[in-house]
Ligand binder design. Structure first.
Ligand code: BT5
Length: 325
């Protein structure tokens, strides 16, 4: 009902909105409306006046359900959502919810993470209020082998959403990086729970540096990390970006799970910064260098070595570096 009160307050009213009017419209008591207005104030909404006439004068830059779901055009993605001012890792919180039965499309968002994770035990830096640090629970009817494709498809969704909201031409570095002008602007961490060969659910974690300023990054990341704000030269509406991301992901997951990977992989190839590049693949067993020539139907990278052999590289335990050209 808090969202409904906010919706009422958002409508134009030259003399403000009396609590009794909102109450009558929503079938609440005026006292409940007063309580909900107080809650909205505590969350950061600027609401002037009192019960005789409330006026909404400012909205917080927070990814509250009231903001994200206001104008959301999806059926499943983000329809159920949990917002944390701070959390260890949204992937961990989403997994806890998934274990307890959270439905397909459940979204977990945090303003900041204290234990944000990358792949291979790496740390993900998540400055407060400045990025998208979020996870989606997805429950497709699929084999576990689809997991690497979920990451690739999610990257396509992120690039599409960035283009739609900012016009910036982000690219994808295999397997899970989103890049802007050669620097890392985001990353994806997909974690699957399996029952035999079937996927029980997957938690798709997405980190995007939206309004992060250079000094918010630790010094060691400043040369390699960037933000959409740095690329665009102005702040970006994070809630609008989440909505667009959810819309794109809903379409892309439907395409992947109902129609197969071919169409999405064609788009991935066009958005990839990796194909055609000289790469070094770093694995626990040693390094491999060659030219990245294509992506396989299961999401593996195909690398042509100097001897002309094509080697399949799966995302699992590897890192990828571009070789200087
Ligand atoms: C990734 O790992 O790129 C996946 C990142 C996924 C983060 C999201 S946020 C929401 C959800 N909850 C989580 O706990 N995680 C997900 P990887 O490819 O391993 O890259 C990690 C490396 O990127 C680090 O070792 C740093 O070098 C660098 N890095 C860390 N934070 C960064 C940031 N904010 N921007 C750019 N680079 C960063």
């Amino acid at each position: 009902m808090r969202a409904a009160v906010l919706q009422s307050l958002s409508e134009p009213a030259p003399n403000g909105h009396p609590a009794v009017e909102i109450a009558a419209k929503l079938g609440l008591t005026p006292a409940t409306v007063v309580t909900l207005v107080e809650e909205l104030r505590l969350l950061g909404y600027e609401i002037e006046g009192g019960p005789v006439g409330y006026r909404l004068t400012g909205r917080p830059d927070l990814l509250l359900p009231e903001e994200v779901q206001n104008g959301l055009k999806t059926v499943a993605c983000g329809r159920q959502m949990v917002h944390f001012p701070t959390v260890g890792s949204t992937n961990d919180a989403a997994r806890t919810l998934a274990r307890a039965g959270a439905v397909h499309g459940t979204l977990v968002v945090a303003e900041t993470q204290t234990k944000g994770r990358g792949r291979l035990g790496r740390t993900w830096v998540s400055p407060a209020g400045a990025g998208l640090w979020l996870s989606l629970v997805i429950r497709p009817e699929a084999e576990t082998a689809v997991t690497p494709l979920i990451t690739l498809v999610t990257a396509v969704g992120a690039v599409r959403a960035i283009a739609a909201v900012t016009g910036l031409p982000a690219r994808i570095k295999w397997p899970n990086d989103i890049e802007l002008e050669g620097k890392k602007v985001g990353g994806i961490l997909t974690e699957a729970a399996t029952s035999g060969h079937r996927l029980d659910y997957a938690v798709v974690g997405i980190g995007l540096n939206v309004n992060v300023e250079e000094e918010d990054f630790p010094p060691e990341l400043r040369a390699t990390a960037t933000s959409l704000r740095a690329g665009l030269g102005r702040r970006i509406d994070r809630a609008a970006l989440v909505r667009e991301l959810l819309r794109q992901l809903e379409d892309l997951y439907t395409a992947l799970f109902d129609h197969g990977a071919a169409a999405v992989l064609t788009e991935w190839r066009q958005l990839s910064s990796t194909l055609g590049r000289e790469v070094r693949v770093i694995t626990a067993q040693g390094d491999l260098t060659g030219r990245a020539v294509d992506i396989d139907t299961d999401g593996a990278l195909l690398v042509a070595t100097e001897g002309g052999t094509i080697v399949r590289v799966t995302a699992g335990e590897v890192s990828l570096r571009y070789q200087p050209t």
